[in-house]
Design a protein around this ligand. Structure first.
Ligand code: C2E
Ligand code: MG
Ligand code: MG
Ligand code: MG
Length: 295
């Protein structure tokens, strides 16, 4: 009986392993032609700042893949595949170009050079591709000010410490684009690497924000990360995954300068993101007028 069960368990385990490997291979194969078939798109999620996080300060650009048979595939699943296969180089370049063009449109439409777009850059891009050349080309093409373009990197980039990746980061800093450390707090705990290049922004991972209202330790850790940003003289801290007003209130209390999450809007295609932005700007202008009338 036990032996039969054991064998059955093994068979199930084996089959699911096999399914996982098979899906990964199928996805890798399908991803190869995805850009050419226009299956990859970019969505934009607002980032808020200012008093009460009432002001729109920019957007994060996020990649989406919809395959005719597989349907929508999460970037959590396809980005690692794109990294392993090297496809992230072309996909990343596509996202950056698309995001920069969209921001240039938005800066014209809303008459504000202060709005930024934040683009995720994989360590594979930094190690294998000429990201500086890509960024220079994109800035030239769109006429954007370098500081309008934020590049989000993860701790793994810096920790790999390959000369090429680190050199690229230093050079990107010199070009005037802003570097944001994504998912901060989820990687390794060494802080010394934060001094090796010109970092501008820390993004506190959603893992700390999720239970912020209930968990005292998450409050203390978030505060510690905000203190680290201050010690490094960074320009700001973005809290990720802000879903309710209670979390936002804690973050404001802790001195966090920017917030991003479903409370302020889900990632949306450009056209819908434009409508949402129009509404946010209308509201903050109305609030500013009301404040002016009161004085
Ligand atoms: P990330 O860069 O940390 O992006 C934030 C993720 O959190 C996004 O997931 C976003 O949709 C999600 N999110 C934002 N607000 C909330 C919230 O309030 N609640 C919850 N539950 N989730 C929220 P998404 O779009 O699925 O992307 C996942 C990850 O995939 C990204 O994490 C990033 O690491 C990677 N990724 C996405 N697009 C790209 C890309 O163009 N290039 C690279 N290299 N990586 C990308
Ligand atoms: Mg990001
Ligand atoms: Mg993040
Ligand atoms: Mg994340």
């Amino acid at each position: 009986q036990a032996k039969a069960e054991g064998r059955a368990t093994f068979a199930v385990y084996d089959a699911s392993m096999h399914d996982q490997v098979a899906r990964r291979l199928e996805l890798a194969d399908a991803l190869r032609g995805a850009l050419d078939r226009a299956e990859i798109s970019v969505v934009f999620q607002p980032i808020r700042g200012g008093a009460g996080f009432a002001d729109l300060v920019g957007w994060e650009a996020l990649a989406r893949w919809t395959h005719p048979d597989f349907g929508p595939v999460s970037p959590v699943e396809f980005v690692p595949i794109a990294e392993d296969t090297g496809l992230i180089v072309d996909i990343g370049a596509f996202v950056m170009r698309r995001a920069a063009r969209q921001l240039a449109d938005w800066q014209r439409l809303f008459g504000s050079q202060a709005l930024h777009v934040s683009v995720n850059v994989s360590s594979v891009q930094l190690m294998r591709d000429d990201v500086c050349g890509l960024v220079a080309g994109v800035l030239e093409e769109t006429g954007l000010e370098p500081h309008s373009l934020w590049l989000e990197i993860t701790e793994s980039v810096v920790l790999d410490r390959t000369d090429m990746a680190l050199q690229a980061l230093v050079q990107l800093g010199e070009m005037g684009v802003k570097l944001a450390l994504d998912d901060f707090g989820t990687g390794y705990s060494s802080l010394s690497y934060l001094k090796d290049f010109d970092l501008h922004v820390l993004k506190v991972d959603r893992a700390f924000v999720r239970n912020l209202a209930a968990d005292r330790r998450d409050q203390d850790l978030t505060k510690a990360m905000i203190d680290v940003a201050a010690a490094l003289r960074l320009e700001g801290v973005v809290a990720e995954g802000v879903e309710d007003e209670e979390q936002a209130a804690f973050l404001l209390e802790l001195g966090c300068s920017m917030a991003q999450g479903w409370l302020y809007g889900k990632p949306l295609p450009a056209e819908e993101a434009t409508e949402a932005a129009r509404e946010t700007l209308r509201q903050s202008e109305a609030a500013a007028r009301a404040a002016l009338l009161r004085t």
